[in-house]
Ligand binder design. Structure first.
Ligand SMILES: [Zn+2]
Length: 458
């Protein structure tokens, strides 16, 4: 059993990693553990769930060279080098490394936390641009061990938000500023553009158009612009299933949306199921992905005590738990206290995602970690569980966190599935996740870029 980590030890470790990552302008030192040149890793005998959605394949061999999968096949059909590190995966199950499509990577310590839980790729949608781009590049160069990061840097809004995320907000008020902010973010080499709640339609449209010039896909936590309009203008992902209830109700009433963060809990209460299909068909036609984010709705619909019950407390520092509780009982009390509305909302959002999926839509897995009780890495497994509870098959839930997310990222050539030529990011599980989705947490080994991640946190 891991001992709970003290606050002092935690911050010591966190600031050491922050220094290594260059957060806050520190100099860089090397913490990397690069795989040796020409190093092979063989994973033998396991049942492969490759992330493409097909039936699992028993008795497989995966041959990894350096960071890449060199070949995959049945035992006996793949030639393997004589002297190579070999993992015996008999009676085990192998899935692709998981992708969390909605995080805020505000502490470099998350590197260890995400990898520990098999989350080998994340999309960061709101952060200090320089810090996160710096960390992303250092991980890509192998200087720091962490998940592969895709990031928007600052999120774009037309006013400051009255809580922590204001530090990660670029405020734009005019069309010229809207264009300029996209240009600056593109120069800083972000991978995405993220637009936020109070951005009015005119500026939203300009930003999506400008982003197209730089080949930057746009993610939206929408409110004043509904999903129908955003889809027609070319948005790529809808965060937390936002913009949908607004589209179903008509967005005129949201022109004066409050600046406080909201995921439109009240609006979902009034939507009419009969209108779902037309909107879904448009979103599918426009190739829009939905970050369902059931974990976030679930966290709103639950008490801190209920949420804490489901967490591996020993692995989560006590001051995290205390901080989260204070947060929800303090400044967010007004938002979260109406739990009955949130319960209905969680159900309605889940119903919508099922219908979306059944009509050909692609749901992707995202958590909004480190939102209270959504611990980096662990929360993605909770998202998979909630998708299955909602009515997704375990395979469909896995697709949301593997191939579909890689598609939304434009990374299917490298990520999301276990095939020859792709990044060697995988999880070896002790149990079958297709029988019981909880088995994704029953982790035996995590491999990121061909490197075995230690089975310990901190
Ligand atoms: Zn977020």
């Amino acid at each position: 059993m891991t001992k709970p980590i003290s606050r002092r030890e935690f911050f010591k470790r966190s600031s050491r990693l922050a220094a290594a990552a260059g957060f806050g302008g520190y100099n860089v030192f090397h913490t990397g553990c690069r795989t040796k040149k020409g190093a092979y890793l063989i994973i033998k005998g396991g049942t492969l769930i490759d992330g493409n959605g097909g039936p699992p394949v028993k008795d497989t061999v995966i041959l990894i060279k350096n960071q890449t999968i060199k070949s995959v096949g049945k035992v006996g059909q793949i030639k393997t080098p004589l002297f190579a590190k070999t993992i015996n995966a008999k009676a085990k199950y192998i899935i692709p490394g998981l992708i969390d499509m909605h995080v805020h990577f505000v502490d470099p310590l998350f590197c260890e936390q995400f990898l520990f839980y098999g989350v080998t790729t994340v999309r960061d949608v709101g952060n200090n641009t320089n810090d996160i781009v710096n960390l992303r590049d250092k991980i890509n160069k192998g200087e720091i061990s962490g998940p592969t990061i895709f990031t928007s840097g600052y999120l774009i809004n037309n006013q400051r938000i009255p809580f922590g995320a204001s530090r990660y907000t670029a405020v734009v008020k005019t069309p010229a500023q809207a264009r300029r902010v996209v240009q600056i973010l593109a120069q800083k080499k972000v991978d995405w553009i993220k637009i936020y709640i109070t951005l009015p339609p005119k500026l939203t449209r300009i930003i999506i158009q400008e982003a197209k010039k730089y080949n930057l896909p746009v993610a939206g936590h929408l409110r004043r612009v509904n999903a129908e309009k955003a889809a027609k203008w070319g948005i790529k992902t809808l965060e937390h299933t936002t913009g949908i209830s607004e589209a179903l109700l008509g967005d005129e009433q949201f022109e004066d949306a409050p600046p406080l963060w909201t995921i439109s809990n009240k609006t979902w209460l009034h939507v009419d199921r009969e209108k779902y299909n037309a909107l879904i068909d448009l979103l599918v036609k426009k190739d829009v992905y939905i970050t369902g984010n059931l974990t976030l709705y679930h966290s709103m619909a639950s008490t801190p005590e209920e949420l804490q019950k489901d967490l591996p407390e020993k692995l989560i520092p006590q001051f995290y738990l205390d901080g989260w509780k204070n947060y929800l009982n303090g400044r967010f009390l007004e938002l979260t206290q109406d739990r009955e509305s949130w319960k209905i909302t969680e159900k309605k959002v889940a119903e919508f995602l099922i219908l979306f999926k059944e009509r050909g839509g692609k749901v992707i897995a995202g958590t909004d970690s480190p939102w209270p009780y959504l611990f980096p890495g662990h929360s993605l497994h909770e998202e998979l569980q909630l998708l299955v509870t909602a009515g997704f098959s375990p395979m469909e839930a896995l697709l949301a966190a593997t191939r579909y997310s890689a598609e939304a990222l434009g990374q299917t050539h490298n990520l999301g599935t276990l095939e020859t030529g792709k990044a060697a990011n995988l999880i070896i599980l002790n149990g079958n996740p297709l029988k019981d989705i909880n088995q994704t947490l029953n982790i035996n080994t995590v491999v990121k870029n061909g490197k075995i991640i230690p089975r310990k946190l901190y």
